[in-house]
Design a binder for this molecule. Structure first.
Ligand code: PXP
Length: 257
């Protein structure tokens, strides 16, 4: 059997900005955290510019693009305002997410089936500008098939429901969510999509999901920023990479990629 392909770690720095904004000043600086995460071995940085700017601000995105040496993954809702900002910023990738003002975090996947008419020209504009588009969706076969039809090169599978079920000890729900992720990752790869995953991952769930050879990138924020408060971001990145490598070592690389 062939070896599973490498798995990248993207670190989401939103919640450094949450902490900064609590006092309205300039510290702690999410760009400084991004640089430290990269120095410790992160493969990329993710930041979500929300409509209400509750954490990352426009200036953070511009500085991340200017100052980091690894790919920037710009998370955003599919709005005209965000399209203009992302086209001006020219990140490596844009990850399109659903957004509601009242939510605490990105609670569900994007409904690409329901919104395909709106998303199609949106994806084309970003792709024409050389930006890699990723769609943050549930591991639902209809959503995955539509993502492929929309010619997005990447999907990111929303792992929040699975991680919550694992964390809450709901074994049946965890097992059914896991099955959905396993089948979704296979279906997406067969449809020609590159598969990423993220939301709610910690050391345990990151290790478990790294077993799936179809998954090429994990994007992780909240848990890592919380851990970094205790042991620093260097140690957190190293420990997360070690967890991913333990999982990858168990993957019997059944991929065609
Ligand atoms: N990927 C996407 C698309 C997200 O919206 C988020 C949350 O901002 C993450 C990954 C990271 O999730 P978490 O902060 O729970 O690790």
């Amino acid at each position: 059997m062939s070896k599973a392909p490498p798995l990248r770690l993207g670190v989401n720095v939103d919640h450094v900005a949450t902490l900064r904004n609590a006092r309205g000043g300039a510290r702690p600086d999410p760009v400084r955290l991004a640089l430290a995460a990269i120095a410790a071995g992160a493969d990329g940085i993710t930041a979500h510019l929300r409509e209400d700017r509750r954490h990352i601000r426009d200036g953070d995105m511009a500085r991340l693009k200017a100052e980091i040496s690894k790919p920037l993954n710009f998370e955003m809702a599919a709005t005209d305002d965000m399209l203009s900002i992302s086209l001006a910023t020219k990140p490596h990738a844009v990850c399109l997410v659903p957004e509601r003002r009242q939510e605490l975090t990105t609670e569900g996947g994007l409904d690409v089936v329901g919104q395909h008419n709106v998303l199609s020209p949106f994806i084309a504009r970003l792709s024409d500008a050389g930006i890699r588009v990723s769609l943050f969706i549930a591991a639902d076969p209809r959503q995955i098939e539509m993502a492929a039809k929309l010619k997005a090169p990447v999907i990111e599978i929303h792992t929040g429901g699975w991680c919550d079920a694992v964390g809450d000890g709901h074994a049946d729900k965890a097992a059914s969510e896991w099955k959905r992720i396993v089948e979704g990752a296979k279906l997406a790869q067969a449809a020609g999509l590159e598969v990423h995953a993220g939301h709610g991952l910690d050391y345990e769930t990151a290790e478990a999901i790294s077993v799936l050879p179809e998954i090429r990138e994990l994007n992780i924020g909240y848990y890592m920023i919380g851990e970094a408060l205790f042991v620093g971001i260097d140690e957190t990145v190293r420990a997360m990479r070690a967890a991913m490598e333990r999982g990858r070592a168990r993957a019997q690389g059944a991929t065609s990629a």
